[in-house]
Design a protein. Structure first.
Length: 80
């Protein structure tokens, strides 16, 4: 199913879009849909990167705590 929308774009963006549409021999609607899909994928990837970076930072901090705790346990074992 499709949804109709109305939007305003800058003259320069419109002109460039029209040039690309003509060069690619495709309907403007299809070109804009593909452009939005591409941009959505980029944004999703960027959001995932931020999420993974934050989770990695948290995991790193937790790993340091666990290593410290294990080191303290090892220090108390007989035979060291």
């Amino acid at each position: 199913m499709s949804k109709a929308i109305s939007l305003k774009i800058n003259d320069s963006v419109f002109k460039e879009t029209e040039e690309m549409v003509k060069k690619m021999h495709m309907p403007r609607n299809l070109y804009i849909n593909e452009a939005i899909n591409h941009y959505n994928r980029l944004v999703k990837r960027s959001l995932l990167k931020k999420q993974y970076s934050e989770e990695s930072r948290l995991l790193h901090t937790e790993s340091l705590i666990v290593n410290r705790d294990l080191s303290q346990i090892d220090d108390g074992l007989p035979g060291d």
